[in-house]
Design a protein around this ligand. Structure first.
Ligand code: AFP
Length: 406
């Protein structure tokens, strides 16, 4: 009986045409439609049944994606690298509190945002950078822990490069790291964009300012709105390690089976509940928030909001953990702007946009209160953005309050 549960049904998402993907062993295919708002149309496998014993691994899932979308084959290489990096970071985070650990404590450096860098921040940044660089598919990398984006095509001569399919990666290697000493969950957040192949620098013929301008153009590849994202993912290092991703046609969650050393599909096609009664903010800042948000949150606290439910508060102070819980149980996570920090605390490129993509693909909404986070055009790499994301009905209540106040 158990064996029959292990038969996987892959549903290929296609554009208007009926498309039947080639049959792979033990995989049946049928059809569905999925498209991105940025007009990208993907055929993404939806694995409806998850085998109880061995399951669908992240590698298998990405292979299905590549089979259905040959143009995304190179993306599977990137996800292979991210898969490995997340496993390596899992081990580092787990061992980081041992007295013998080389990653215990602070690095003694401050990053561009004025934050003390922990040794773990630095080393996890290296792990991800190396993993991505050596795929040969990367054009530019931007990280929370790097002052400026790295142009791998034009400056990292020792990296291995394929001559096609360069991507741009933006990431926060260890979000929430200030809490890691207390055993609080942390996470890695990654966004992947297409790389503009026209930005290859011509070292031979460019001179002086011309070269600098060419390099600037290449680096500006990282400054793309979330609507251009090809993929986004996070790894949550907690009771288990979770790997949650979207390629723009649904959100899929995998859990690390440490015995197998593989991420196994555990949350296929995640859907956030449309309404809930959980809010997740740093409520010590309430008095500094915009008036409309203050009003809505007051209504949630005393049960006089739109749903009439009295909300509970859950806040870890580690975005990946707070968003993961919000995806699973529903509710609202936010780091809004306030009178002290008008754009809040979270970074648009490597926190706001990728997490918004994942949230939207799970049926949720992500807004600043007045604007869709995914549509904001970044002007600089470490730009901050106010964020309020989560269950559709609750976020709509917030947006309505902002609209009414205009
Ligand atoms: P760290 O990476 O410095 O620990 O910051 C984590 C974070 O960027 C995000 O993960 C949290 O949601 C947010 O900051 C918490 O900020 P507050 O401590 O101000 O509530």
């Amino acid at each position: 009986m158990k064996f029959s549960l292990c038969v996987l049904i892959a549903v290929a998402a296609s554009s208007a045409d009926a498309f039947m993907a080639p049959k792979a062993p033990a995989v049946r295919t049928s059809l569905n439609v999925a498209s991105l708002e940025n007009t990208r149309v993907l055929k993404v496998p939806v694995l409806d049944e998850v085998c109880e014993t061995t399951g669908v691994t992240l590698k298998r899932y990405m292979n299905e994606v590549a089979m259905l979308n040959p143009e995304l084959t190179e993306l599977t290489v990137l996800f292979g690298a991210i898969d490995t990096a997340c496993k390596a970071i899992t081990n580092m985070v787990k061992r980081s509190q041992l007295p013998s650990s080389e990653t215990l404590g602070y690095q003694g450096e401050v990053n561009i945002q004025g934050e003390d860098q922990k040794k773990l921040d630095v080393i996890t940044n290296e792990v991800l950078k190396r993993a991505l660089r050596f795929t040969g598919k990367m054009g530019v990398l931007a990280s929370e822990e790097e002052d400026v984006p790295l142009d791998l095509v034009n400056t990292e001569k020792d990296a291995i490069f394929a001559d096609t399919g360069k991507y741009v990666a933006v990431f926060d290697p260890l979000d929430g790291s200030s809490n890691v000493d207390a055993g609080i969950p942390t996470g890695t957040i990654i966004g992947i964009y297409d790389h503009d192949e026209n930005c290859a620098m011509d070292d031979e013929s460019c001179e002086g300012d011309e070269c600098a301008q060419q390099e600037l153009n290449c680096l500006s590849n990282t400054l793309q709105a979330g609507t251009n994202l090809v993929a986004a993912a996070y790894c949550l290092y907690s009771s288990s390690t979770f790997f949650v991703l979207t390629l723009g046609a649904g959100t899929y969650g995998f859990t690390l089976d440490e015995n197998l050393g593989e991420f196994v599909l555990s949350h296929p096609n995640m859907k956030i509940p449309e309404t809930s009664s959980i809010m997740s903010f740093n409520e010590a800042n309430t008095h500094m928030w915009d008036e409309p948000l203050q009003k809505v949150v007051k209504g949630w606290r005393d049960g006089t909001g739109k749903s009439g439910q009295q909300f509970s508060s859950r806040y870890i102070g580690s975005m990946v953990g707070d968003v993961h819980r919000t995806l699973l149980y529903g509710g609202v996570f936010g780091y809004p702007g306030d009178t002290k920090n008008v754009n809040g605390k979270l970074r648009l490129l490597y926190e706001g946009a990728p997490m918004s993509f994942i949230m939207e693909q799970a049926g949720g909404i992500s807004t600043t209160g007045t604007k869709r986070v995914m549509e904001i055009q970044p002007e600089y790499v470490h730009q901050r953005v106010p964020i309020i994301m989560g269950s559709k009905n609750d976020i709509e209540e917030v947006m309505e309050a902002y609209a009414a106040a205009e």
